[in-house]
Design a protein. Structure first.
Length: 395
């Protein structure tokens, strides 16, 4: 398949990754701790241009199970590198070098999932499971397809399919084509795995539209973070692909601002520093919050979307017609006499109007143009200001 020629890592990439990782593996020395490659690099399931490299610092369980292994690893790394500390249930570390991001994760060596003291301890078991699958090209095709359809990523601001879930699905269905054929048949809810294990799952782990038993941890739904929106979207895209297979389904489309005859408002935001999942959630909150405030204040939002690379971009297409100068503020139904009397007393300086069985007054709006309203909102509202480093209307 020609797609593979475009998505498989180049020889230069593979060589560079090997150089960077070998250097770290040799430099960092901790007694009874072994550093080794992890994630998609170790599994050989990474796509061309995917420059995130995972390295696991695997500590001996007996010696380190009651010690702060993050602190031990941090101290060792600081002797050789400038690092960023990423907060989590167990802190991990990031090194940026030659346009590559290397994440060094401290974990305890375990033989089975039930021994894990932290969710990250299970990661090498995932790697071991995926490495057994011989035809890695099938996984590459699936990852490229899911990425191009914007369904890749289990982070809370995406709620899509994690790389590991994609790997499990491809291995389960054996080939990319067979996986797509089955996805097209998925209903509103899909269960994959032993029925008894699915039944035994905690209720909180069974809320996602896809329940997928983790082959390395039978008590875990690997797809627990998946949201309905991305689930429905991948089913739709699978059907479209089967109807008209094309290499275009594997190509990521750039984020482009739409052309419209209505009012297009574009906001640019610089995110705070921090863990991608946390920062992304804050950006998503701001995007949704602005949209809700527009609708609450009677602006008609025709379409909206957002994208985040280095900076985040939100756009909202709003009816270009300004709102009326006054809005109706309704009171109680006329038959509730006590409430009507209280409403009239409260607004004794206002003219009372009737509409059907309700009464109302006319209130002067603060803003009748959406762009002006958003400019004031992002300038003053702490719900937005506290979640981003900088935000401004650019169009």
């Amino acid at each position: 398949m020609k797609v593979l020629d475009k998505i498989k890592p180049t020889k230069e990439e593979t060589k560079k990754i090997k150089e960077l990782t070998t250097e770290i593996l040799k430099k960092i020395k901790i007694k009874d701790c072994k550093l080794e490659l992890g994630g998609s690099i170790a599994k050989q399931t990474f796509l061309r241009g995917d420059h995130d490299i995972d390295i696991y610092a695997i500590f001996d369980f007996k010696k380190y199970h009651n010690k702060k292994i993050s602190n031990i690893l941090e101290k060792a790394l600081k002797k050789h590198y400038k690092i960023s500390v990423l907060k989590g249930s167990r802190n991990y570390f990031q090194i940026k070098k030659d346009n590559y991001i290397l994440e060094i994760v401290p974990i305890l060596r375990i033989n089975k999932a039930s021994e894990a003291l932290n969710i990250t301890d299970i990661s090498p078991l995932h790697t071991k499971y995926v490495k057994k699958f011989k035809n890695k090209d099938e996984i590459l095709l699936t990852k490229a397809f899911f990425k191009a359809q914007k369904c890749y990523g289990a982070e809370s601001h995406i709620k899509g399919f994690s790389g590991y879930v994609i790997e499990i699905l491809t291995i389960h269905y054996k080939t990319f084509n067979n996986l797509i054929k089955n996805i097209a048949k998925w209903k509103s809810r899909t269960l994959i795995g032993n029925k008894e294990l699915i039944q035994a799952l905690n209720k909180s782990k069974k809320t996602s539209p896809l329940i997928l038993i983790d082959p390395t941890d039978p008590k875990r739904n690997a797809a627990a973070a998946l949201g309905k929106e991305k689930y429905k979207l991948i089913i739709k895209k699978a059907k479209q692909y089967l109807k008209n297979p094309s290499e275009l389904f594997f190509e990521k489309k750039p984020f482009i601002l739409p052309k419209t005859d209505q009012s297009l408002i574009v906001i640019e935001s610089t995110p705070l520093q921090g863990k991608q999942d946390v920062v992304g959630s804050k950006l998503l909150y701001c995007y949704n919050y602005i949209r809700k405030k527009l609708i609450f204040n009677d602006f008609k939002v025709i379409k909206s979307n957002w994208n985040w690379k280095d900076k985040a971009v939100f756009y909202y297409i709003v009816d270009k017609k300004p709102l009326s100068k006054y809005k109706k503020h309704y009171g109680p139904p006329k038959e509730i006499m006590r409430a009507v009397k209280a409403f009239k007393k409260k607004w004794k300086n206002k003219r009372i109007y009737k509409e059907g069985n309700k009464i109302y007054i006319k209130v002067l709006r603060d803003h009748i143009i959406a762009k002006e309203y958003i400019e004031q909102l992002i300038k003053k509202d702490k719900n937005i200001k506290n979640r981003v480093k900088e935000i401004k209307v650019i169009k």
